[in-house]
Write a protein that binds this ligand. Structure first.
Ligand code: SF4
Length: 63
């Protein structure tokens, strides 16, 4: 299982994450909420890799 961390200080709000995979990445009250169980790991990792600011970090965690 993936754990996705978001650094709001690095995020440049380009929106690639929320437009690419809205079932996983959504904004609520100005903060990015992430549901790593809403898509396949490979799909999520592809979006993390496209984040232009480095605000998203993914790591494997044991369930
Ligand atoms: S893709 Fe990265 S920089 Fe863009 S909104 Fe998402 S976290 Fe922020």
């Amino acid at each position: 299982m993936l754990k996705i961390e978001w650094d709001e200080n690095l995020c440049c709000h380009a929106g690639i994450c929320v437009t690419s995979l809205p079932e996983v990445f959504r904004v609520e009250a100005g903060r990015l909420q992430i549901d790593p169980e809403a898509a396949e790991d490979q799909e999520i990792l592809a979006v993390v890799a496209r984040c232009p600011s480095g605000a998203l970090q993914a790591r494997e965690i044991s369930e």
